[in-house]
Each structure stands twice: as structure tokens, then as C-alpha cells.
Design a protein around this ligand. Structure first.
Ligand code: ADP
Ligand code: MG
Length: 581
């Protein structure tokens, strides 16, 4: 039951009530104050910013900057609602270069705390304003260095209902720290310090973007495994600090997306990062990637939510696609570097060194496919007893030795065992065969087949424009699509070997999770997975050896779903396991 006002008549709320209600939308918890104050210091062109958080932020939050400061006149009005120096007209929203623009932060903070601001502008002396719960208490001359010092004390003292919902001060301090990191990461040209309860907790000196991330999360990432990548597009730029796939996590914590230097929670880009890495990471694992998008301000709208939690894009699909493409092209060049580079002290994650070792040893590989045709393509029996004919039933130890690669047997009906020099390898027969078939299928261009009954599907309006641009490329790889009416399409032709896979094709088109060539990847990965020998299949020695040789020749020894094809352990590691050195 709501308590009605006495007369039951409409009246305009007094400013004291209206301001506090409005403040609640912008200032939710102490970290919201941190967010707004850091935004202002960054917008003021500061090169040094210090943040102090005491008592979880409810006791005091102080920000000290060396930015351009505020003149006496500016300081007098900065705490009033809708006071801003950042825009004049609605049109200015299309050119926005600053983090703030709504002129609501200081007035909201002033409505729910005890606020003191000391600021020095140009050659003027500094001034100090004190406002408690939107009431001006004093305005005076003050001493102080260039820039601005803002103190926010006793947060929510004037809104007790909000105070009740706060968490323990340690949890509030942690949320402030998270906001501090999100704010400082995209600005490596600014030096930031974070103090809690008077102690310096984080110092982020001026650095490169990559070093900024490394110092924001000390000890979390290996420097060698992070790479800076960028791509330039008509209306936007993409920059990313992206990790080697050897570095991955079981959660999405380090998939972070920034738009025009502001952290955003747009899931489409988190998904784009996952699609980009999908061929390189085992299922259930997530990449480490910090994505910085710089988009023409007129193509985005941050003016949706008072705390700018949401953003709208005019060209979301285009950027989404470009992010996936940039990640994929990074990972493909990276395969090459991967072979050449040493991964430091992570030898068991290096899935690429084999080919190099074997080249040194002058081991020749047969170029013929392992499984030539249907009849001799399954040179194994499965563990349910369904034996198939074995073309080459056995191979002598001597024969094997002459090749320097020895097949030592199969373990747990899955791993093919072999060793080279001082390294012992466990090769996952399914993953290895799957990758080999995948490469073969992808390399073969099949006939095109017309569908007797065209396959109908819907496509959202925001995806149609990107899809229309892709149509001719789809045609060159054998897919013919036709538009029937707004949002209604049909698939008319497809490569003959993809018949029966219409669901995968349409799902791919509808989700736009990659470029046209990624569709081939997805289809052939599916075919390879279905045709490859399985976990549990028993294979004969000759087939195993052939498979091992082919596997060792792979450039990127991961299956199309991103799982490593083998695991390796060195003689040295084995010796250490049993206490020998
Ligand atoms: P907005 O950032 O949306 O303009 P705010 O309420 O956050 O609104 O701030 C109001 C104005 O006060 C800003 O436009 C800016 O001119 C001034 N201001 C606030 N903080 C600072 C600061 N740290 N240094 C210089 N000017 C500041
Ligand atoms: Mg602001």
C-alpha cells in the first residue's frame, strides 16, 4: 500500500525530494561516485589522477587531479542540475568526444552526500565550494595546486533507504577498485593511483596499452602471451590486446569490451570474441581479450541510461563481423609465429614444435592421404567388435625405426603413443584425424547442387545489409540465396557435399557469427568430426603410424573445435616426477 499525500491532489515535488530521487538513478553505490568523478578528471585533460576510497566509499571518496580545473564562475554552478561544459545543443551529441555530457553527476552526488570541491583554473587562485544535500554551505577562496580535488563524504546520509542496501565496506571497496581499473585501462597516457583507507594499493604509471593491462592485473598474464592487434575500417577502428590461445580461462572475466574508452556490456562483442577464438580454444574455455572499439560518435547513442550502462549502435553487425575477422586473421598469422617462437616456461602447451624437430631430423612425410577411399578409409575396428578390413595389417619395428618415429601402441583406446628424442607424445586419435580430414575437406571444391525444395528462412532487418554484401562471396563457394520479401529468404543451391546440412547453414547466416569462409569451416568441421575415427576405435599399427606422421606435420595441432591434438611430456619432467634430477 502506498501512502497517499493528504489532499490526494497532484503537486510538483519540492526540489529537495526531486533531486534525491533523480540522484538515485545516477548514484547507485559508492562505485558510481568513483565512475563519475574519474570520468570528470579524465575529461578535464588530467595526466595524474589519484583516487582515495575510505570505509568502502561511504565514509569518503576523494579524487585529486591535475586537469584544467574550474574557474570561480564554473565552480559556483557545477553542482546544479544539468550544468555541463561539454555540450550546448542536441547536435553536439553527434560529435561527443567526452565521457560526460548529461550534467547530472555532480548535482546527483551533491544531493546525497557532503560534497567539497577545491579547484584552480589557469592563473586564478583556487576556490572551494561546500554543498551538503544540495544546499550550498559555503563558497570561499582557498589554497591549492592546479587542478581539482573533490571530496564526497557520508554518502547517502540524506537517503537512508539507499544506505540500507549497501554491502559490507570491503565489498564496496572491491567494486570501487573494479571501476577504477575499468576507467584507467583505456587511458595508458594518464598515471593513476588507487588508495584504500590511506594505503596505496595500485599504481598505474604512464605506459603502453598492453603494459597498462599487465599492471592492472599483476601476475595474471604472461607478458609474452599478450599481443596488440588493430584494424582500420570506414567508420570505426578496432584495437585489441589479445592473448595467445595457450592462455585461456574457464570464465569470461577477461573478455572486456571498451567503446570510445568506456567499458560496455554489449554481449554481441563478447560473443564475437568467442567466435573469433572458437577454432583455437577447447569447449568451455574463454579467451583473454581486451577489445577497444573507436566508433564515429554519430553512429552510437549513449544517451539511453543515466549511468550510460547501455549503448545503441547503428552498425552493430558490421563491427561485430569486423571484430571476428580481426581476431581470426590475428590467430592465423600467429600460428606461424607460434611455430617459430618459444613459449618460455610452458613447454607442454607448445603444440607446434614437432614439425621443426622433424625437419631438422630430415624426416620425410608421405603426401598421400591416410584414408584414400571409403573401402580402406576405416582401417580400424571399434570397441563394439565391428571389425573392418585392414589394408596394411602390421608394420615391423625395423620398418618403423627406419622412419625415426615409433608407434608404441594405443592407450585407453584413444591415445596413440610415440616419442621423439626426449619427448613423449600422447596423440588424441579422434582430434588428430578430425583435423586432418577437416583440412582435406576444406581443400576440395565439390559440385554445386540445386535444392529440389528451396529452404526458407527468416533474417532480421539489422542483419540483412551485411548478408546482402556477402551474397556474391557465398555464390563463389557454391551457396545461392534469394530474397523473397522483407526478412524472408531462401537457399536455392549449395555445395553437393553440404546437402543435409541446411540447418547449420541457416543458423550460421542468421547468427552472423563469422565471415563467409567461416561457414565452410563450420560445415567441414562438422563433417570431419562425424567421419573421423572415434574415441574407443582400435586401429592397426600401420594406420596409426600413418596418422601419427600426418599429425606431426600439422601446422596448428588443434582440432577444428580448438582442442589440442596431443599432450607431451619430456624425459626431464618424467624424471622429476619420480624424484630423479
Ligand atoms: P558532465 O560531466 O556530464 O558535464 P558533471 O555533473 O559530471 O557533468 O560535471 C559538471 C561540470 O563540472 C563538467 O561539465 C565540468 O565542466 C566540471 N567539472 C567536473 N569535474 C571536474 C574536474 N575534475 N575538473 C574540471 N572540471 C570539472
Ligand atoms: Mg561528468
Amino acid at each position: 500500500m502506498t501512502k497517499k499525500n493528504k489532499s490526494g491532489r497532484i503537486k510538483i515535488l519540492p526540489d529537495s525530494v526531486a533531486l534525491r530521487i533523480a540522484a538515485g538513478e545516477v548514484i547507485d553505490r559508492p562505485f558510481s561516485v568513483v565512475r563519475e568523478l574519474l570520468d570528470n578528471s579524465i575529461d578535464a585533460g588530467s595526466t595524474n589522477i589519484d583516487l582515495y576510497v575510505d570505509g568502502g566509499g561511504t565514509d569518503n571518496i576523494r579524487v585529486v587531479d591535475n586537469g584544467r580545473g574550474m574557474s570561480r564562475e564554473d565552480l559556483e554552478i557545477c553542482c546544479l542540475p544539468y550544468s555541463t561544459s561539454k555540450i550546448d545543443t542536441m547536435e553536439d551529441l553527434d560529435q561527443l568526444q567526452t565521457l560526460g555530457f548529461r550534467g547530472e553527476a555532480l548535482s546527483s552526488i551533491a544531493a546525497c552526500s557532503k560534497l567539497e570541491i577545491t579547484s584552480k583554473y589557469n592563473k586564478e587562485h583556487s576556490n572551494k565550494i561546500i554543498v551538503h544535500s544540495s544546499k550550498l554551505l559555503s563558497f570561499s577562496k582557498a589554497g591549492g595546486a592546479d587542478g581539482t580535488v573533490i571530496d564526497v563524504s557520508d554518502l547517502f546520509y540524506s537517503i537512508p533507504a539507499r544506505k540500507k542496501f549497501l554491502k559490507r565496506s570491503s565489498a564496496e571497496a572491491t567494486a570501487c577498485k573494479k571501476t577504477f581499473l575499468e576507467k584507467s585501462i583505456p587511458f595508458p597516457d594518464i598515471s593513476f593511483r588507487f588508495f584504500t583507507d590511506k594505503k596505496l594499493k595500485i599504481f598505474l604509471p604512464v605506459s603502453t596499452l598492453k603494459d597498462r593491462i599487465l599492471s592492472a592485473y599483476p601476475g595474471v598474464f604472461n607478458n609474452k602471451l599478450l599481443h596488440e592487434v588493430s584494424s582500420l575500417h570506414k567508420d570505426f577502428k578496432i584495437k585489441m590486446i589479445a592473448a595467445d590461445p595457450a592462455l585461456h580461462r574457464s570464465d569470461r572475466r577477461y573478455i572486456q569490451v571498451f567503446l570510445n574508452n568506456r567499458r560496455i556490456n554489449e554481449f554481441a562483442f563478447v560473443q564475437a570474441a568467442e567466435y573469433g577464438y572458437s577454432e583455437f580454444l577447447p569447449g568451455g574455455n574463454y579467451p583473454v581479450i581486451f577489445l577497444f572499439l573507436e566508433v564515429e560518435p554519430s553512429l552510437i547513442d549513449f544517451n539511453i541510461h543515466p549511468a550510460k550502462k547501455e549503448v545503441r549502435f547503428r552498425n552493430l553487425q558490421e563491427i561485430h563481423r569486423a571484430v571476428i575477422d580481426t581476431i581470426k586473421s590475428f590467430l592465423s598469422t600467429f600460428e606461424y609465429n607460434y611455430t617459430k617462437s618459444s613459449l618460455g616456461n610452458e613447454p607442454s602447451r607448445d603444440f607446434s614444435g614437432f614439425t621443426e624437430i622433424l625437419k631438422e631430423k630430415k624426416v620425410e612425410f608421405s603426401t598421400s592421404p591416410i584414408f584414400r577411399k571409403e573401402s580402406d578409409s576405416l582401417n580400424y575396428s571399434n570397441n563394439h567388435g565391428n571389425k573392418t578390413k585392414s589394408k596394411t595389417a602390421s608394420i615391423s619395428f625395423e620398418e618403423q625405426s627406419q622412419n625415426k618415429i615409433i608407434y608404441m601402441g594405443q592407450l585407453f583406446n584413444l591415445f596413440l603413443l610415440t616419442s621423439i628424442d626426449d619427448i613423449f607424445y600422447f596423440i588424441d586419435q579422434h582430434a588428430a584425424h578430425e583435423k586432418i580430414l577437416f583440412i582435406e575437406f576444406k581443400g576440395k571444391k565439390g559440385e554445386t547442387q540445386e535444392l529440389l525444395i528451396p529452404f526458407l528462412f527468416d533474417l532480421d532487418s539489422d542483419k540483412e545489409s551485411v548478408f546482402i554484401k556477402d551474397l556474391s562471396e557465398y555464390k563463389t563457394i557454391g551457396f545461392t540465396f534469394e530474397k523473397l520479401e522483407e526478412n524472408k529468404w531462401q537457399l536455392l543451391e549449395l555445395p553437393a557435399n553440404c546437402a543435409g546440412k541446411e540447418d547449420i547453414i541457416i543458423n550460421f547466416v542468421q547468427s552472423q557469427k563469422g565471415s563467409v569462409s567461416d561457414l565452410e569451416t563450420e560445415l567441414y568441421a562438422d563433417m570431419a568430426c562425424k567421419s573421423a575415427i572415434k574415441d574407443g576405435d582400435i586401429i592397426d599399427a600401420a594406420t596409426a603410424l600413418e596418422l601419427i606422421k600426418k599429425t606431426l606435420n600439422l601446422k596448428n595441432a588443434r582440432c577444428p573445435h580448438g582442442r589440442p591434438v596431443w599432450f607431451q611430456v619430456s624425459r626431464e619432467e618424467l624424471f622429476q616426477f619420480v624424484g630423479r634430477t
